[in-house]
Structures are given as structure tokens and as C-alpha cells.
Design a binder for this molecule. Sequence first.
Ligand code: ADP
Length: 402
Amino acid sequence: MEVEIIASLTGLAGLAIGLATGLAVRVSERAQRTAVTANPVGSLPPGVASVLSVLRSSAVVVDSEDRVLRASSAARAYGLVSGDHLLVDEVLAMTRLVRRDGEIRETEIQVGPAGGRRRADGRWFAVRVAPLGSHGLVLVLAEDLTEMHRTEAIRRDFVANVSHELKTPVGALSLLAETVEGAADDPEAVRRFAGRMQYESVRLTNLVQDLMTLSRVQGDEPLPELTPIDLDEVMAEALERCQIKAVAKDIELAAGGEEGLQVRADQELLVTALRNLVDNAVAYSPEHTRVVVSTRRCDEWHVEINVTDQGIGIPDAEIERIFERFYRVDPARSRQTGGTGLGLAIVKHVTSKHGGEITVWSKEGHGSTFTIRLPLLDTPRRPAAGTTADPAPPNTAREATP
Ligand code: ADP
């Protein structure tokens, strides 16, 4: 009897334990379900908010019901999030997959300014989606790749342009070499073709030289060794280098303005920039005209160098683009004058490397004035023009600012 009671008590106890365990498991399951679905808006696991605030990428946390719990201001500004919604369907679909299987996923997306829609001018993002804790939260990190895509496109364009520009003289040289070979018994023809070969090789040399100068000045690193430079010397040297072309077109080169102004500069680069402007002024002007280069202290801290011509001018619609690499208003004319299409791009970069800027005024059919504005090295004023030695090269006249 005792044994039976003990057996039934044991059985009851077993049942009770079984019932209690079953109940406990169900309560625990319900508790867990409640934790997944009842993530109150704005509640993140401890420490997550402070980690998100130091991340460089745009960050979004989405809860188990696709609501945005937290989004950085960049994510909202870029149109990834509005209110408590993820706006990009592709990213929303990824968050659901990640929530389901816990796998981290990555993709690249393009987002238009209005959010969601792809557009030619949209921004590019590298998106990484990962589970965040065990409550169905998902973290979306979006890194802005727009600048990288833009730089890559510019690089591709530049390489294509350089290849095209190199192909022309190289092709011409190879053709001329073949022609010379075929005309070996005609000395007059050989002389003519040799002259053309020389012209093409000068063009090639100029292009390579301009490319080297451009690569030196368009990077982010500052120029080494800027020293105090006398602008009179820069002007004299630039004018001298353009003298032959000016004489060939009977164009008078004149220098004017205040003497003795100094800037902190790399002299060779500044001469190159000014020479490019004077070269253009001569190239895009008719015969028997004038090109004037003058300096002017425009305020206590800045100096201007103006290059004024009476040439063909630049159409209003083109002015914005002339400083782009290889941009030419009239490609045939530029080629005819031996231009590389890089002159003004070099001027722009040299000027900005010296803390200055380049501007242009132009009227079609009347002429142009290019102005380089640079920070002035503080120097006392010198006597006016005429009382000091004239730094202008032969064949140029120094005169008062026009
Ligand atoms: P290029 O080697 O073709 O002269 P640049 O970069 O120096 O290249 O100039 C770009 C374009 O700007 C030129 O092709 C020309 O159309 C225009 N341009 C530059 N300077 C002048 C000027 N002084 N007058 C008229 N057009 C100019």
C-alpha cells in the first residue's frame, strides 16, 4: 500500500513537474514573442546609439515591423529614409531577408534626390545590411560613393581624351615617315615632309609637356618652395616667350600697370600660366592688333594681372567651359594654332595653387580680358612706371594701365 501511494505521489509529482515545465516553456516562448514584436519606437539595445553616432556612413536601424527606429541625418538628407519608412525598396527587401536568415548582405544602389528613384544625377551608395541583436532589429549602413564614381568617370574621360590627342600627331608622324620613304629620290618632297614631321613632333612635345605640368598642379598636395617673386620679371619672361608668334602676326605686345608688385609663387609655374594667356591672346586675335598685359593692386591684399586682347572673343555660352581640360570653342582653329586644349586648365590650377583665382570678360568679335588675381606679398609701393629700369623685352612697350 505504502508502495502504491509512493508510486502515485511520484507519478503526480512527475505530472506536476511536467505541467510546470510545459507552462514555463510556453510562458518563456510568449515572453520571447512579446520581446520581438513589442520593441518600442526609439528603443535601441544599450550602447548602439553611441556607436552609430561615431560611424562615418549613414546609419539606419529598422525594427521587426519595418519601421525605422533610428536614422542619421545624412540618411534622411540623402533620401534613404522619410519619417519612419525606408524609401528604397531594394534596401527594404534586403532588411527582410537579413532578419529572416541572419546573413549580412551588401549591394550598391543609386538614389535620386527625391528618394528611391534612379536618376542620372542620383547619388551612389555602398549598402551593408546586418542583423542587430536578437530582437529582429536590422542595421543598414550606407556609404556615399558618389564622389568616387564621379572621379572615376573623370579619370576615364581624361584617359580617353589623352589617347585621342596623342593618336593624332603620332598617326601623322607615322604616315609622314612612310611618305618620306616613298619619296626618297625627290629631295624637295623629302624636305617638305621632314618639315611637317618636325611640326607634328613639336605638337607632341607640347602636349606631353602640358600633361606633365597639369599633373603637377592639379593634385591636392601643396606646391613646394613658394618664394617671393617679382611680377615684373614674370611678365617680362612670359612676353618674351610669346614674342616670335606675336611678331609673325604683327601683334604688338604691351606691358603696363604698377611696377614692383610681389607675390609668393613658384616662378616657373606663374610664367607658364601667364605665357598661356598671352599665347592664347595672340592665337585668337587677328593680325595688326594689340595685346596688353598689366598689373594692378586691387586692394591692400591682392594683385591682378590682366591680359587683354582685341581678338575674336568667346561666346557667352562657352565661357563656363573654356577652363575644362581639352575643351575648345573651335577645335579646328585650336589645332591650327597648335593649341593642346590644356592651356587654360593649367592656368586655372596654377592660380588656385597660389591661393588665387582666374576670371574672364569677353565679347564676341571685340576681344577678351583674362584676369589672374593673387594674394599680394606685402611690399611698399615703388615709384611709378618710367622711373625704374624697364623690364619689358625688346619689341614691347610698357605703359599706364589701360
Ligand atoms: P587651346 O590650346 O585650344 O588654346 P586653351 O585651354 O588655352 O586651349 O583654351 C581653350 C579654348 O578657349 C580655346 O580653344 C579657345 O576656343 C578659347 N580661348 C582661350 N583664350 C582665348 C582668347 N584670348 N580669345 C578667344 N578665345 C580664347
